[in-house]
Design a protein around this ligand. Structure first.
Ligand code: ATP
Ligand code: MG
Length: 260
């Protein structure tokens, strides 16, 4: 199972929207996908229609060792897509984990304990911070996808994220790499979006996905129906863009991960 963190410490840049819809798009291609909601806001869980009653065990219990992976996994309405939900309890984890042994490796340990053949790919939706939750995601992952909002300050804060990736790579996880940067909320009618896209590509180069995710109201409506946009309206521009992004992502994955 290849594990990919969806991370950017900036809030509201499209991490959760990307995690949900990429996970759905990958599942639609036949892959078995696990999505881990590692954000106390629980947006990925709500957006996939998993009600609070079904979050008996969550990523919090998984990190603190109070449950196994099997106990925490819930199915979603999307075939081949399973979820480990999050609850607000997770907001305490940043503090509580400080005293726990091996605190940066809790997620990795929990994932390593499970039978590996069940899912081909695992996406981890990170919170908007570079705290212990995001560190756990980066330590547990092979690579990272960075959603970047196509707006004036897009690159601001990115150096902090890259420094954190470098620290995790040097300290714990030498194989960690950036799989791709995805431009989100791109507005075709706005020159600024095009300008930002050019700037980001000039600075970051090939790591930026060719596919850009347009600003599309269907993407923001879908979570209130508890559905990925790809199911809510699979023909809207946002859904089509996430399908294209998934195809690009698959090309960047090691072949054995795609076959799983
Ligand atoms: P947080 O940092 O709070 O976890 P996030 O990075 O996960 O936020 P999202 O929750 O995915 O960001 O998106 C922020 C808001 O923007 C949400 O209301 C979402 O529905 C909306 N949104 C995300 N992507 C798009 C898009 N391409 N077009 C229109 N709205 C979008
Ligand atoms: Mg989010």
């Amino acid at each position: 199972m290849i594990r990919i963190a969806v991370a950017n410490q900036k809030g509201g840049v499209g991490k959760t929207t990307t995690a949900i819809n990429l996970a759905t798009a990958l599942a639609a291609t036949g892959m078995k996908v696990l999505l881990i909601d590692l954000d106390p806001q629980g947006n990925a869980s709500t957006g996939l229609g998993v009600p609070h009653e079904q979050r008996e065990y969550s990523s919090y219990e998984l990190l603190t060792g109070a449950c196994t992976l099997d106990q925490a996994v819930v199915p979603t309405r999307v075939p081949r897509l399973d979820l480990i939900p999050a609850t607000v309890d997770l907001s305490g984890a940043e503090i509580e984990l400080i005293d726990i042994e091996h605190r940066t490796h809790r997620l990795e340990d929990a994932l390593n304990e499970s039978a590996d053949g069940r899912w081909g790919v695992c996406l981890i939706d990170c919170p908007p911070s570079l705290g212990l939750l995001t560190i756990n995601a980066l330590v547990a992952s092979r690579s990272i996808i960075v959603p970047l909002q196509a707006e004036f300050f897009a690159l601001e804060g990115l150096s902090q994220l890259l420094k954190t990736v470098e620290r995790v790579r040097a300290g714990f996880n030498p194989q960690l790499s950036i799989l791709g940067v995805a431009l989100t909320m791109y507005d075709r009618r706005n020159n600024l979006s095009a300008q930002v896209s050019d700037d980001v590509r000039a600075v970051l180069g090939k790591v930026v996905f060719d596919t850009v995710i347009p600003r599309n109201v269907r993407l923001s409506e879908a979570p209130s129906h508890g559905l990925p946009a790809l199911i809510y309206d699979h023909r809207c521009p946002g859904s089509e863009a996430y399908m294209a992004l998934a195809r690009e992502l698959i090309e960047r994955l090691p072949k054995e991960a795609v076959a799983a």
